[in-house]
Design a protein around this ligand. Structure first.
Ligand code: RP5
Length: 166
Protein backbone atom coordinates (compact mmCIF):
# COMPACT_ATOMS: atom_id res chain seq x y z
CA UNK A 1 0.00 0.00 0.00
CA UNK A 2 1.22 3.51 -0.79
CA UNK A 3 1.83 5.54 2.36
CA UNK A 4 3.86 8.39 3.83
CA UNK A 5 6.59 7.76 6.35
CA UNK A 6 7.17 10.37 9.06
CA UNK A 7 10.35 10.19 11.11
CA UNK A 8 11.36 12.51 13.95
CA UNK A 9 14.72 12.65 15.64
CA UNK A 10 13.52 12.68 19.24
CA UNK A 11 10.39 12.40 21.37
CA UNK A 12 10.90 16.10 22.11
CA UNK A 13 9.95 16.76 18.45
CA UNK A 14 6.51 15.16 18.84
CA UNK A 15 4.80 18.36 20.01
CA UNK A 16 5.35 19.78 16.49
CA UNK A 17 5.25 16.55 14.47
CA UNK A 18 1.79 15.71 15.81
CA UNK A 19 0.53 18.73 13.80
CA UNK A 20 1.74 16.92 10.69
CA UNK A 21 0.12 13.65 11.74
CA UNK A 22 -3.22 15.40 12.34
CA UNK A 23 -3.33 16.37 8.64
CA UNK A 24 -2.98 12.73 7.58
CA UNK A 25 -5.78 11.76 9.98
CA UNK A 26 -7.97 14.53 8.58
CA UNK A 27 -7.35 13.37 5.01
CA UNK A 28 -7.69 9.69 5.99
CA UNK A 29 -4.40 9.05 4.25
CA UNK A 30 -2.11 6.20 5.28
CA UNK A 31 1.02 7.07 7.22
CA UNK A 32 3.56 5.66 9.62
CA UNK A 33 5.29 7.67 12.31
CA UNK A 34 8.37 6.69 14.29
CA UNK A 35 11.25 8.18 16.26
CA UNK A 36 14.72 7.52 14.93
CA UNK A 37 17.83 9.64 14.97
CA UNK A 38 20.57 10.16 12.40
CA UNK A 39 23.07 10.47 15.24
CA UNK A 40 21.74 8.42 18.15
CA UNK A 41 20.37 5.47 16.15
CA UNK A 42 21.89 5.51 12.65
CA UNK A 43 21.41 1.76 12.10
CA UNK A 44 17.77 1.91 13.15
CA UNK A 45 17.22 4.82 10.74
CA UNK A 46 18.88 3.00 7.85
CA UNK A 47 16.99 -0.26 8.49
CA UNK A 48 13.68 1.51 8.91
CA UNK A 49 13.99 3.41 5.62
CA UNK A 50 14.77 0.18 3.79
CA UNK A 51 11.79 -1.63 5.35
CA UNK A 52 9.40 1.29 4.89
CA UNK A 53 10.26 1.62 1.22
CA UNK A 54 9.79 -2.12 0.73
CA UNK A 55 6.31 -1.82 2.34
CA UNK A 56 5.30 1.04 0.04
CA UNK A 57 6.50 4.34 1.51
CA UNK A 58 6.26 6.83 -1.36
CA UNK A 59 7.52 9.89 0.49
CA UNK A 60 9.55 10.42 3.64
CA UNK A 61 9.07 13.34 6.01
CA UNK A 62 11.98 13.94 8.37
CA UNK A 63 11.66 16.38 11.26
CA UNK A 64 14.63 17.21 13.44
CA UNK A 65 16.22 20.05 15.35
CA UNK A 66 19.74 21.32 16.12
CA UNK A 67 22.38 19.65 13.86
CA UNK A 68 19.50 18.19 11.87
CA UNK A 69 21.02 15.55 9.61
CA UNK A 70 18.02 13.20 9.70
CA UNK A 71 16.50 14.23 6.36
CA UNK A 72 19.88 14.05 4.63
CA UNK A 73 20.64 10.68 6.17
CA UNK A 74 17.28 9.36 4.92
CA UNK A 75 17.89 10.87 1.47
CA UNK A 76 21.16 8.95 1.33
CA UNK A 77 19.20 5.68 1.70
CA UNK A 78 16.33 6.17 -0.75
CA UNK A 79 15.42 7.72 -4.10
CA UNK A 80 11.90 8.43 -2.86
CA UNK A 81 11.25 12.14 -2.22
CA UNK A 82 12.40 13.35 1.20
CA UNK A 83 10.78 16.37 2.81
CA UNK A 84 12.74 17.99 5.63
CA UNK A 85 11.19 19.91 8.50
CA UNK A 86 13.69 21.90 10.56
CA UNK A 87 12.63 22.30 14.17
CA UNK A 88 13.44 25.06 16.61
CA UNK A 89 15.05 24.44 19.97
CA UNK A 90 18.57 24.91 21.14
CA UNK A 91 20.56 28.12 21.10
CA UNK A 92 19.95 29.04 17.45
CA UNK A 93 16.17 28.62 17.49
CA UNK A 94 15.86 26.50 14.35
CA UNK A 95 18.30 28.33 12.09
CA UNK A 96 20.82 25.57 12.85
CA UNK A 97 18.31 22.89 11.79
CA UNK A 98 17.24 24.86 8.72
CA UNK A 99 20.80 25.15 7.40
CA UNK A 100 21.63 21.55 8.33
CA UNK A 101 18.57 20.31 6.44
CA UNK A 102 18.56 22.57 3.41
CA UNK A 103 22.22 22.59 2.41
CA UNK A 104 22.38 19.23 0.70
CA UNK A 105 25.04 18.52 -1.92
CA UNK A 106 23.97 18.51 -5.59
CA UNK A 107 22.18 15.35 -6.64
CA UNK A 108 20.99 14.48 -3.11
CA UNK A 109 17.87 16.60 -2.64
CA UNK A 110 15.90 17.25 0.51
CA UNK A 111 12.86 19.46 -0.07
CA UNK A 112 13.18 21.69 2.95
CA UNK A 113 10.17 23.51 4.40
CA UNK A 114 9.68 26.21 7.02
CA UNK A 115 10.94 25.90 10.59
CA UNK A 116 8.45 24.42 13.06
CA UNK A 117 4.67 24.08 12.93
CA UNK A 118 4.09 25.62 9.47
CA UNK A 119 6.78 23.39 8.01
CA UNK A 120 5.33 20.31 9.71
CA UNK A 121 1.85 21.03 8.36
CA UNK A 122 3.14 21.88 4.90
CA UNK A 123 5.19 18.68 4.87
CA UNK A 124 1.95 16.75 5.23
CA UNK A 125 0.28 18.76 2.47
CA UNK A 126 3.24 18.33 0.14
CA UNK A 127 3.35 14.59 0.78
CA UNK A 128 -0.39 14.41 0.09
CA UNK A 129 0.15 16.31 -3.15
CA UNK A 130 2.69 13.67 -4.15
CA UNK A 131 0.30 10.83 -3.26
CA UNK A 132 -2.40 12.80 -5.11
CA UNK A 133 -0.51 12.41 -8.37
CA UNK A 134 -1.80 8.83 -8.47
CA UNK A 135 -4.71 8.98 -6.02
CA UNK A 136 -7.81 10.89 -7.17
CA UNK A 137 -9.51 10.71 -3.77
CA UNK A 138 -6.61 12.49 -2.10
CA UNK A 139 -6.26 14.99 -4.96
CA UNK A 140 -9.97 15.87 -4.83
CA UNK A 141 -9.79 16.25 -1.06
CA UNK A 142 -6.90 18.68 -1.49
CA UNK A 143 -9.00 20.71 -3.94
CA UNK A 144 -11.91 20.72 -1.47
CA UNK A 145 -9.55 21.81 1.30
CA UNK A 146 -8.44 24.83 -0.78
CA UNK A 147 -12.06 25.86 -1.33
CA UNK A 148 -12.83 25.52 2.39
CA UNK A 149 -9.80 27.64 3.29
CA UNK A 150 -10.90 30.40 0.90
CA UNK A 151 -14.46 30.23 2.29
CA UNK A 152 -13.22 30.42 5.89
CA UNK A 153 -11.15 33.48 5.03
CA UNK A 154 -14.25 35.20 3.63
CA UNK A 155 -16.26 34.35 6.75
CA UNK A 156 -13.42 35.60 9.00
CA UNK A 157 -13.26 38.83 7.02
CA UNK A 158 -17.02 39.38 7.19
CA UNK A 159 -16.77 39.27 11.00
CA UNK A 160 -14.31 42.17 11.16
CA UNK A 161 -14.23 43.96 7.82
CA UNK A 162 -15.11 47.61 7.36
CA UNK A 163 -15.60 48.86 3.80
CA UNK A 164 -16.46 52.26 2.37
CA UNK A 165 -19.60 51.84 0.17
CA UNK A 166 -19.11 52.24 -3.60
C1 RP5 B 1 17.62 16.36 17.32
O1 RP5 B 1 18.07 16.98 18.46
C2 RP5 B 1 16.19 16.03 17.58
O2 RP5 B 1 15.46 15.98 16.39
C3 RP5 B 1 15.72 17.11 18.50
O3 RP5 B 1 15.05 18.14 17.78
C4 RP5 B 1 17.01 17.67 19.06
C5 RP5 B 1 17.10 17.55 20.55
O4 RP5 B 1 16.81 16.23 20.94
P1 RP5 B 1 16.58 15.88 22.48
O5 RP5 B 1 17.88 16.19 23.18
O6 RP5 B 1 15.45 16.74 22.97
O7 RP5 B 1 16.25 14.42 22.50
O8 RP5 B 1 18.34 15.23 17.00
Amino acid sequence: MDFVSIIMGSKSDWVVVRECVEIFKHFEAPYEVIISSAHRSPERTKNYVEQAQAKGAQVFIAAAGMAAHLAGAIASQTCRPVIGVPLSGGALDGLDALLSTVQMPAGMPVGTLAIGKAGAINAAYMALQILGLKNDRIYNKLLEDRLLKAKKLEIDSQEIEVKIPL
